[in-house]
Ligand binder design. Structure first.
Ligand code: NI
Ligand code: MN
Length: 229
């Protein structure tokens, strides 16, 4: 089995593992970095870290078109079901569930989660995936640095996906601290470059990861995919 990861720009990722397509934070419409569209992207599951429009994105349209199951916190799932999404699975932070692709645990994130219409979107989350092929992926979602990343790291991380854009989330300095707490084998930056406010030099960030941590940095271009191992 192999797992393939494609960065679709901003925080949108497509994981293909064991024949299952997992779409994360599908902000495509209105995303200047997007390399595909809500009409074209495939999904069996859609994972939504929090309610902000640059993460919830096209979740409703894609779920209705593809019949994908949406997984998010209880408040967001309830809101989506009220919008007509039929297949959705509610979770909460600290909880794990075994899905066809493997186990997913929701982790804390320090951020907000209001939904686009102002509804309460529960608590923002990160995603810790324990895929069937043994691969462990941690997507921090939108968050600032927090010390409990140490405990998340103790559960094992092959690939950490971290925001580095600053302003709304961790910036490069705190992301280096996060790598030291999480101890992933590989680390990939997201949530940067989409807008001027979150512009970052990803190559300079990668040089720092190599110099200051034991992790291997992987910097993708939007639309680029990588085999994860
Ligand atoms: Ni956000
Ligand atoms: Mn965001």
């Amino acid at each position: 089995m192999s797992t393939k990861l494609t960065w679709l720009g901003h925080s949108c990722l497509l994981l293909e593992t064991d024949g299952v397509r997992i779409l994360i934070d599908p902000f495509l419409t209105g995303n200047p970095m997007a390399t595909t569209t809500a009409d074209a992207v495939a999904a069996d599951f859609i994972l939504v870290t929090h309610g902000h429009s640059d993460h919830l994105g096209d979740t409703i349209a894609i779920a209705l078109r593809t019949g994908a199951t949406v997984v998010s916190n209880y408040e967001i799932v309830t809101w989506l079901m009220n919008q007509g999404v039929a297949k959705a699975h509610p979770m909460s932070i600290g909880g794990s569930h075994l899905f066809p692709f493997g186990k997913l645990k929701l982790t804390q994130a320090i951020h907000g989660s209001a939904l686009p219409d102002g509804s309460y979107g529960g608590n923002p989350a990160g995603l810790h995936l324990f895929l069937k092929d043994g691969l462990r992926i941690y997507d921090a979602g939108d968050t600032g640095l927090f010390g409990d990343m140490k405990f998340i790291g103790e559960d094992g991380i092959d690939l950490a996906i971290l925001p580095i854009g600053d302003n709304f989330t961790m910036g490069p300095d705190d992301s280096i601290k996060a790598v030291k707490l999480l101890q992933p084998k590989t680390v990939m930056p997201i949530h940067y470059g989409t807008f001027d406010l979150i512009a970052q030099d990803a190559q300079a960030w990668a040089s720092r990861v190599k110099a200051e941590t034991t992790a291997r940095p992987v910097v993708l271009e939007p639309g680029q995919c990588v085999a994860v191992d």
